[in-house]
Write a protein that binds this ligand. Structure first.
Ligand SMILES: Nc1ncnc2c1ncn2[C@@H]1O[C@H](COP(=O)(O)OP(=O)(O)OP(=O)(O)O)[C@@H](O)[C@H]1O
Ligand SMILES: [Mg+2]
Length: 358
């Protein structure tokens, strides 16, 4: 069992060792598991590990509640009888019935429409379902795993997720660490990905030692999925070559920014004079910001931090870096910082920042 878990889940950091132990303990039980974590942290991977380590005879049946229009979701989950609605010319089993004897993985459960949540609750309580348009109870024996990147508790508080359903599925919550919280796993993850034949068809490549350092400094807002994309990009761009630190910076990390995590960046919000934070949808297309979780362990080592001064230091450093990058051209540096030119000049005056000689 340990072998299959280690094969599916890569990582030796303390957080991952804990996680794998939890998977090992919970897999053989029939317990409902709730997997929580930012986008790309491996929620689906963990659901697979739990199923394959469970020894359940049936299949792992997955459904992404966010990807299926709500009018279709009900019949996808519960199946339907012939004539249940226009187009239902044959009876059809739903995912619950397909998962009989196996595992049902409800991905993005936070997006389950309210109208379906009570029907889902009933299915979980009675372990019986009714097909759409059918009156017969069908007994199903499934193990349930749910996952979401959303904060379900706050959805309960704002009324978009039923409290009784929340307590029903929140039996064994597993919080997946972000990649930023387990950067020590990067070399191992990269190695595992480089051994994956699908990429290596393009030809093998290597990273210089400093190049790995560069990857370690990056905050990885898109987590392991983003890392996978970068490695795939590397296999296309650098087949048969050794990649340097500056190539990592310029060609691998600078290309199109990844899907952005919905977590707000409190550090940046705290500097009120930098303007309003972006709405979540708007933030999706924006380049990444340093990840706040890099600071999460601060108080494990220190008693205090001067937040204002720290934010000021970050501001000064980034302004200097932008001016350097654009050889002292203030308006281009302002663009890079998403500030108005006049705002940047004000800040340079306030912090006594000189333009570098061009
Ligand atoms: N611990 C891990 N070991 C190996 N590969 C991983 C690990 N975690 C994630 N991956 C890889 O990263 C990618 C994203 O993983 P997965 O789809 O499980 O994330 P997710 O949390 O479900 O993301 P989303 O919320 O966006 O659906 C996949 O290609 C997966 O194989
Ligand atoms: Mg997923």
């Amino acid at each position: 069992m340990t072998a299959i878990i280690d094969k599916l889940i890569t990582g030796q950091s303390a957080a991952m060792v804990d996680l794998k132990n939890m998977v090992k303990m919970v897999a053989p039980a029939a317990t409902t598991v709730l997997i929580l974590g930012e986008t790309g942290t491996g929620k689906e991977v963990v659901s697979r590990a739990i199923h394959h380590a469970s020894n359940r005879k049936g299949d792992l049946i997955s459904i992404n509640c966010a990807a299926i229009p709500s009018e279709l979701l009900e019949s996808e989950l519960f199946g339907h009888e012939k004539g249940a609605f226009t187009g239902a010319d044959k009876p059809r089993r739903g995912r619950f019935e397909m998962a009989d004897g196996g595992t049902l993985f409800l991905d993005e459960i936070g997006d389950m429409p309210l109208s379906l949540q009570s029907k889902l609750l009933r299915a979980l309580e009675d372990r019986t379902i009714q097909r759409v348009g059918g009156g017969k109870d069908v007994k199903v024996n499934f193990r349930l795993i749910c996952a979401t990147h959303q904060n379900l508790k706050s959805k309960v508080d704002d009324g978009s997720f039923r409290a009784d359903l929340y307590y029903r599925i929140n039996v064994f919550p597993m919080q997946l660490p972000s990649l930023a919280e387990r950067k020590v796993d990067l070399p191992m993850l990269i190695k595992a990905m480089m051994e994956d034949d699908t990429y290596m068809e393009n030809g093998s490549f290597q990273f210089e030692e400093e190049a790995v350092g560069e990857l370690m400094r990056y905050p990885w807002p898109g987590n392991v999925r983003e890392l996978r994309n970068v490695i795939e990009r590397a296999s296309v761009l650098f087949a048969g070559r050794t990649i340097t630190a500056s190539e990592v910076r310029e060609n691998l990390l600078r290309m199109k920014a990844p899907k952005f995590s919905e977590e707000t960046n409190f550090l940046w919000q705290a500097t009120a004079d930098l303007g309003e934070p972006l709405a979540a949808e708007e933030a999706l297309d924006r380049p990444p910001l340093p990840h706040p979780s890099d600071h999460r362990d601060w108080f494990a080592y220190f008693d205090e931090i001067d937040l204002r001064r720290h934010l000021q230091d970050i501001e000064v450093t980034l302004i200097e870096a932008a001016l350097d990058r654009h050889e002292g051209q203030v308006s281009r540096a302002a663009d890079a910082l998403k500030l108005r030119r006049t705002t940047l000049i004000e800040k340079m005056r306030k912090y006594v920042i000189e333009k570098p000689a061009s």
